[in-house]
Design a protein around this ligand. Structure first.
Ligand SMILES: [Zn+2]
Length: 157
């Protein structure tokens, strides 16, 4: 818990800088340099403290010049395809020309979006493999189902 508390300030700072960059571009879209400075600072903090940022955040930052990529303002977004089947989203930074290519695959699922990556879906660690061993008899299920059926029968009657 202490480690999480220690990094909490850094995460708050990353979030603040990211929002500040959006705020700057929302007020004056030509002020790309200030937004870039904020994002550069955010990237530097994340690198020095080895903090993992979400892919949704990283995909809106230019890899080369640390500019905040907003489609239509600081970046262009185009759909490209190769060999008819595979389609890509190409986000191109207008400041430096660096482009990032993202594959459009409806079946692809990020690790962070998978159900087993969510903290509330993770199983609590067992105290030990031999700590408590549930008997594999069907008695509890039968009793539950029987009580359920009994309740249903009583409810129906
Ligand atoms: Zn760039």
């Amino acid at each position: 818990m202490a480690v999480q508390l220690k990094d909490k300030d850094a995460y708050q700072r990353l979030n603040y800088l990211y929002q500040a960059a959006h705020c700057v571009l929302a007020q004056n879209p030509e002020n790309v340099e200030l937004a870039r400075f904020y994002c550069f600072t955010q990237k530097t903090i994340a690198r020095r403290l080895v903090l993992r940022q979400d892919p949704s955040v990283k995909r809106t930052l230019c890899k080369k010049c640390c500019s905040l990529l907003i489609p239509g303002i600081t970046a262009t977004t185009r759909q490209r395809r190769k060999k008819r089947k595979t389609r890509f989203t190409v986000v191109r930074c207008l400041s430096c020309g660096q482009s990032k290519t993202l594959l459009n695959d409806p079946d692809y699922c990020l690790w962070a979006e998978r159900p087993e990556a969510q903290l509330e879906n993770q199983k609590q660690p067992d105290p030990g493999p031999s700590g408590k061993k549930q008997p594999k008899g069907k008695k509890p299920d039968v009793s539950v189902s029987s009580t359920l059926s009994a309740a249903q029968s009583t409810a129906s009657t």
